[in-house]
Design a protein around this ligand. Structure first.
Ligand SMILES: [Zn+2]
Length: 498
């Protein structure tokens, strides 16, 4: 399903509002009298707002216009300094007012702002509309037969690129959400692999699958410790390559944790905490979604994407606490808790990803419960072996509306994961800042001191949705990454700091 976008710099007339059933309007806070005179149905809207006794700024209001079509209009008066997170949440409400009518066309008008603000506000509504109508997995006998949204019409603004980035980000987010919502019996590593292979063919990416036998040859003992619990040997690491036409600037490596189901293994999760663990592959889906969006935008740098796909099963062959396993770089790891499997599969994947010395590695993982305890589920945690990047990460989170907050990574955090029998413990035995200790553990496997950002996706699932995303599964990370890579130009910033 694709939604068509029509743009016009002109503002609509009252007659145009009469001819279409669904409109979204954004005006500035404290609308001046002169502007009300120019707003189609301005007097009707002004009176409606007055009857509500001074509704708040940045609040979505809904009314049906007094015309034969009873045109539904959702509107808001927005302050210039509204945060992106709040704006996206507002955009979701403005869109939501129309959804039960299953509109085929949605019209957006933004009036009374300068060009830059108009684009920002329009973009938020387009994003929210695309997120709302995304096709997501549903296994119900009774199917919804209503026609999906076909067209978005934008008035008051027209971008030469047709909001290409917004559409690409949405495609990446929808892919991440769709994959993470698929039940584990419909998305085992085998299915996942087939799906990525198909996508790679369609998008002309170079595709390689590093299966169990090859992983054994490469002595990836940390990854294999996790995958050995599966009856089917379908686990492995997918390596995708995107190369731009002509000479590329540098290489970005995206890495993702793809545990298609996490039972906890021998350190079995209790039912309450196991439910939902089909989403433990979201990190890989966000890496893939970001890779997809950037390749759709035909970026001028090279990209590698590494997806670590496995199940964390219980069974006679499953790895156990106190096992000592050797990762591909020779590090001997003392297993403490088999539920800390994410860092095990990522360890060998990071070694592989850093071998070719990319300019930057970003990895995504639904890694630790302690990150959720620290931040809740409306923020994700970020970590880096370059402190100078931390403010850039916060800024990208704030500007994109997918908010992140950094944690420290000082050496002394290693005390808690010291092992008497091996080089390192997989995790600490005692409760502590596991999200930081996990990152310290991962950092060992980032070779050649490659600049590295790790995203612990505590915002993977937020009850009632998050910002513009209406589903509990958020697909968090694609929009943040596009801002970080394209707007903040993190690849250039890393280069400067070298
Ligand atoms: Zn786990």
């Amino acid at each position: 399903m694709s939604v068509e976008l029509k743009q016009s710099v002109n503002l609509p007339t009252e007659k145009m509002l009469d001819q279409s059933a669904h409109w979204i309007m954004i005006l500035p806070a404290n609308v001046p009298k002169t502007l009300w005179l120019r707003v189609p149905y301005g007097e009707t809207i002004r009176q409606f707002r007055e009857r509500l006794h001074q509704p708040e700024n940045n609040e979505a209001l809904v009314q049906d216009l007094p015309n034969t079509m009873h045109t539904r209009l959702s509107h808001a008066c927005v302050t210039m300094d509204i945060s992106s997170f709040k704006l996206l949440g507002l955009a979701r409400k403005l869109v939501d007012a129309h959804l039960r009518f299953k509109p085929k066309t949605l019209s957006i008008m933004v009036m009374g702002f300068d060009g830059e603000h108009t684009e920002r506000l329009t973009e938020a509504v387009i994003t929210a509309a695309l997120a709302a109508v995304a096709r997501l997995p549903e296994f119900k006998q009774k199917k919804d037969k209503a026609q999906p949204l076909k067209q978005i019409r934008v008035y008051g603004c027209s971008r030469g690129d047709g909001f290409a980035r917004t559409f690409a980000a949405n495609e990446g987010n929808t892919l991440a959400r769709r994959l993470s919502m698929l039940p584990s019996n419909k998305l085992e590593p085998f299915h996942y692999r087939k799906e990525v292979e198909k996508l790679a063919k369609a998008k002309r990416w170079n595709y390689e699958f590093i299966g169990i036998n090859e992983l054994k040859k490469r002595k990836c003992g940390a990854f294999l410790a996790v995958s050995q619990g599966s009856a089917t040997a379908d686990a492995g690491i997918i390596h995708l390559r995107y190369r731009p036409a002509g000479k590329s600037r540098e290489t970005l490596a995206l890495v993702g944790k793809g545990i298609c189901y996490d039972t906890g293994g021998n350190s079995l999760k209790p039912p309450r905490y196991m439910f939902g663990m089909h989403e433990d592959m979201l990190g890989s889906a966000v890496a893939l979604g970001t890779f997809l969006a950037l390749s759709e935008l035909r970026v001028d740098f090279a990209m590698d994407c590494w997806l670590a796909l496995a199940m964390n099963h219980i069974g006679p062959k499953a790895y156990k606490p106190n096992d000592v396993v050797t990762a591909s770089d020779g590090t001997n790891i003392e297993v403490v808790n088999t539920d800390a499997e994410g860092r095990m599969v990522l360890a060998d994947t990071l070694v592989m990803a850093s071998k070719s010395r990319p300019r930057l590695i970003i990895d995504y993982a639904t890694l630790t419960g302690s990150c959720v305890h620290a931040l809740g589920t409306a923020y994700s945690g970020v970590f880096s072996n370059r402190n100078e990047l931390l403010s850039l990460l916060i800024e990208a989170g704030s500007d994109s509306g997918e908010r992140v907050w950094p944690f420290p990574l000082d050496e002394d955090f290693d005390e808690a994961i010291k092992s008497t029998i091996a080089d390192v413990r997989q995790c600490a035995l005692e409760a502590g800042p596991d999200h930081i200790q996990a990152s310290r553990f991962l950092q060992r496997f980032v070779k050649n001191d490659t600049p590295w950002v790790h995203v612990d996706l505590s915002a993977m699932n937020n009850k009632g949705g998050l910002a513009h995303i209406p589903t509990d599964s958020t697909g968090f990370g694609v929009r943040f990454s596009l801002d970080l890579i394209l707007d903040k130009d993190i690849l250039a910033k890393v280069k400067q700091s070298e």
